[in-house]
Design a protein. Structure first.
Length: 96
């Protein structure tokens, strides 16, 4: 969920939960799941009330402000502003 949310920061949490609810397992089945990594003993973060967490709220605000400004400067949508440019992809490909 955290990874999913971090890649959809302009989507409301209610909408994200609606999307994720399609994949939710019954509690009994979820309790029986195990990870492949034996070192993983659960989440190090308490996700309850994440919407009211000061750090998360401030980070969401800063990300929104940054990409809104960038979108306005370039005359594109905020979503387009979050995407890698052709030049950035070329840079990434040269690193492989």
């Amino acid at each position: 969920t955290a990874l999913f949310e971090s890649h959809h920061y302009f989507t409301s949490r209610n909408m994200l939960m609606k999307i994720l609810s399609k994949y939710e397992l019954p509690p009994k089945e979820a309790a029986e799941l195990k990870t492949h990594d034996q070192r993983d003993d659960g989440s190090p973060y308490i996700w309850k009330n994440i919407d009211h967490d000061g750090f998360s709220s401030e980070l969401r605000t800063l990300v929104n402000e940054y990409f809104s400004k960038l979108a306005k400067e370039k005359g594109i949508s905020k979503t387009q502003a979050t995407k890698a440019t052709f030049g950035r992809w070329l840079t990434v490909l040269t690193l492989i």
